[in-house]
Ligand binder design. Sequence first.
Ligand SMILES: [Zn+2]
Length: 247
Amino acid sequence: MASAPSPSSSTKLSVKLLIDTKREKVLFAEASKAVIDFLFNLLSFPIGAVVRLLTKNQMVGSLGNLYESVEQLNHTYMQPNQNKDVLLKPTSLISSSVISGLLPPNDVLDSPVNVESLKFYTCHNKCSYVTCKSGTSCPSNDYSSCIMNSQLSFVGNIPVLKDVSSTNVNGFVKDVVTYMVMDDLVIQPMSTISSITLLNKFDVKEIGLLEERVVELGMEEGINLLKSSLQSKTVLTNVFLKKPVKK
Ligand SMILES: [Zn+2]
């Protein structure tokens, strides 16, 4: 189960919805850069991380079973140099502090790698393998029981990792316009002309039946957005109109 939203750490973003009250449907949303970054960022998630976030029994297809099979397969069937966590807890290199609060804190998705905090280990036989997990079996075939628990000292820095965490702090899109998000997650920059064209396209005859409503996008909605985007073409309607009314 995904962890419960914690008010202290969660990010809340505002989204303005244009709702057709007669058909109870979200026509589109006006969203800020942060919301668009959150949505775009969903594409960077490894599938294993999505299954983990939504939990196995929330997956509509068979990916939940695939995930569970990996979990349950005895490690003796795995290649000695492979770790099931590569599949069960895959890493996404993309991270943004602005939007990370919209999904449960997840060591997998959110924490930028702090190179200084990493420890490296090799074996006593100097087989030239290195790991970050002390006690890992050395994959070398030259010795029968070769354990990697001899700590190495790291010097210098790893420019690639540092660049990844710093360049993505600002997300993906520029903060110069408001963006328009359709119910089916088609996204484009907002303009007055496009909203009028849309009202025609949606065949809106009575403007009086339209309602503007500002809603909050927090962790609960973030998870629901991810889930609904995998299953539906009416994502915003599902997440913001069909949920049980609180207050
Ligand atoms: Zn060794």
